[in-house]
Design a protein around this ligand. Structure first.
Ligand code: CA2
Length: 155
């Protein structure tokens, strides 16, 4: 199986700026952690990052097609700031029927008010916030458990 891990704007800066907030690990190190855990579950990771909303929409569509054909367990999605602004990403999750676990490195609820609302949480299977890169690993495990327990096509 594949597990898609999609990262939104500015996450390419991880490990280079604001280590006090986002930690010292770079995005490649997060990817390595994801690959290692997925391998232990017998899966491969398709790990991507984009600064462009439309590209993330297209990737969610691709993930939905892979889920529908039984190749993917779904997507871990850290949409970055698009979380708080993007109706298009929410529509893509619903439209492509993607099982999504929304992940945030930081505890968005302990930050500015504008980060408290997510357009994605109501259509996500689950949400993990504030646990750093460990959140990605928890989300990968959850997507595998959900696919195993409910089957890839079930709501
Ligand atoms: O906590 C998260 O994972 C966020 O999705 C990160 C976003 C932020 O807009 C969300 O509210 C919460 C920001 C990603 C920017 O990442 C950077 C990493 C290092 C240095 C600068 C930005």
């Amino acid at each position: 199986m594949i597990v898609h891990v999609l990262n939104g704007p500015n996450l390419n800066l991880l490990g280079q700026r604001e280590p006090g907030l986002y930690g010292r690990e770079g995005l490649e190190e997060v990817a390595a952690r994801c690959r290692s855990l997925a391998a232990s579950l017998g899966s491969e990771v398709d790990f991507r990052q984009s600064n462009h909303e439309g590209e993330l929409v297209t990737w969610l569509h691709e993930c939905g097609a892979d889920v529908a054909s039984g190749r993917s367990v779904g997507a871990v999605l850290n949409a970055g700031a698009y979380t708080h602004t993007s109706v298009a990403l929410r529509d893509a999750i619903v439209g492509a029927s993607v099982p999504v676990v929304e992940v945030h490195l930081t505890n968005v609820h302990a930050r500015e008010e504008f980060r408290h609302h997510s357009h994605l949480s109501p259509v996500a299977r689950g949400v993990v916030v504030g646990l750093g890169a460990t959140g990605y690993e928890l989300a990968i495990r959850a997507l595998h458990d959900l696919a195993r327990d409910h089957g890839p096509l079930e709501e």
